[in-house]
Design a protein around this ligand. Structure first.
Ligand SMILES: [Zn+2]
Length: 418
């Protein structure tokens, strides 16, 4: 870094938008102090003057800053210390349950900050992370660690915490987790002995607290517990602003078409947003099918056609549930093109604007009146930056540059005979 990061920008100069337009963007604080887009103009020719409040984005593609809608910052980056076997969801749950007993609050906080910082470097200025109620004598240490990490990351990114409730955890402990810093109720009812009863319990607790809910739903490919329909039915009457989210929903991807159409119509009416998690679910699902292996992916195209809000995220990163992951929303967008057959502009929308919408965040990006949350990536076109995912990026949160990454390539010169 050759100069300190500026505090608040007034202009993004010469940026290329996904539609190819090259623009200058003016930023002003709104009445509440949030940095917002005041105007988008065709880029001046010759370019305007660069001062301390202007960033020169000539040669960059400008996106709405991504939001990570489904992280597990408490589990992230634990692969090396836990040394789990490669395997499916059941194996991963077993490894984590056993290994997490030994992890201290300090470990949770350090890994959470490291994983969140990697997401920020790659452009995400908002993260929703699940955090387990843990086994052992101090079950809320992961949630407290994420709350502490949030305090340390304030001003760089917004972090929202979902308490991931095991079915054996009593209601009182869930309330304690919400008191300790969790913002939403979460859980994985499909692994409970009575998935419908667990869904009802978690919805009831969220209602009692007047908070949103984000459930892991049907993270499997065969059979059905009917939890998504039950979830939709129980939240359909909730007020419009209260967030309700279903992550994974892998079973939708293998469901017969008629059954799927009926269920998706119900989901669309319920206000539930669905989060697709291609990287982790392609790893976790399908281990029992060595040939014609099914894709562990929710029915992304059918959900969009049915009018259900859809986001996509990275989920687990280098932990027992997923040995890989770059904490890069552009990696997830690229995967949506290959695995869900989405066009690039829609794939990018699912990790940027639509991810923000599913999280209930205000509109952001290059629209008049929207919040000044941006990711600029060195490149020529939208597909260029998704295909190559260059590390050269500038990230803007609330109108200020919060991260700059630059790479330097040198290739040796060889004498070439004509
Ligand atoms: Zn998850």
């Amino acid at each position: 870094m050759d100069h300190p990061l500026p505090q608040r920008l007034s202009c993004l100069m010469g940026a290329t938008l996904p539609d190819g337009a090259v623009v200058d963007i003016d930023i002003v604080p709104d009445a509440d102090g949030w940095a917002t887009v005041a105007a988008i103009r065709s880029a001046a020719d010759p370019p305007g003057e660069i001062d301390a409040y202007t960033v020169d984005l000539r040669g960059y593609v400008l996106l709405t800053a991504p939001a990570e809608p489904h992280a597990h910052l408490d589990k992230a980056l634990s692969w090396d210390v836990l040394a789990p076997p490669f395997g499916d969801l059941g194996a991963a749950i077993g490894s984590w349950r056993h290994g997490s007993r030994e992890l201290t609050g300090e470990s949770f906080e350090r890994r959470a900050i490291s994983a969140a910082t990697a997401l920020l470097r790659n452009g995400a200025t908002a993260i929703r992370s699940h955090a387990d109620i843990l086994e052992g004598p101090d079950p809320l240490r992961g949630i407290r660690a994420l709350d502490a990490a949030r305090a340390r990351l304030r001003g760089l990114l917004d972090l929202e915490i979902v308490v991931l409730v095991p079915n054996q955890a009593p209601d009182a402990l869930v309330h304690e987790a919400l008191d300790a810093g969790a913002d939403l109720v979460g859980g994985a009812p499909h692994v409970a002995p009575d998935p419908i009863a667990e869904t009802s319990r978690l919805v009831r607790i969220a209602q009692e607290r007047g908070v949103g809910i984000d459930l892991h739903v049907d993270e499997f490919l065969h059979g059905d517990h009917h939890t998504l329909g039950a979830f939709a039915e129980r939240v359909a009457h909730w007020p419009a602003g209260r967030v309700r989210t279903a992550g994974h929903c892998c079973r939708l991807g293998t469901m017969p078409k008629d059954e799927l159409a009926e269920l998706l119509a119900q989901v669309a009416r319920s206000g539930i947003g669905v989060v697709a998690l291609p990287l982790t679910n392609l790893y976790l699902q399908g281990w029992d099918a060595p040939v014609a292996t099914p894709r562990g992916l929710t029915a992304v195209g059918a959900l969009l056609d049915a009018g259900v809000p859809v986001a996509a995220g990275g989920d687990n990163v280098r932990d027992p549930f997923n040995p890989i992951g770059r904490s890069d929303p552009l990696e997830i967008a690229a995967m949506l093109i290959a695995a869900a057959h989405l066009p690039p502009e829609i794939a990018v929308r699912l990790v940027t604007d639509d991810a923000r919408a599913v999280l209930g965040l205000p509109e952001a990006g290059a629209k008049a009146g929207a919040r000044a949350e941006f990711l600029a990536v060195r490149g020529r076109t939208l597909l260029d930056v998704v295909a190559n995912a260059p590390a050269d990026r500038i990230v803007v949160h609330n109108g200020a540059i919060v991260s700059i990454s630059r790479t330097d390539h040198r290739i040796a010169e060889f004498a070439v005979e004509a």
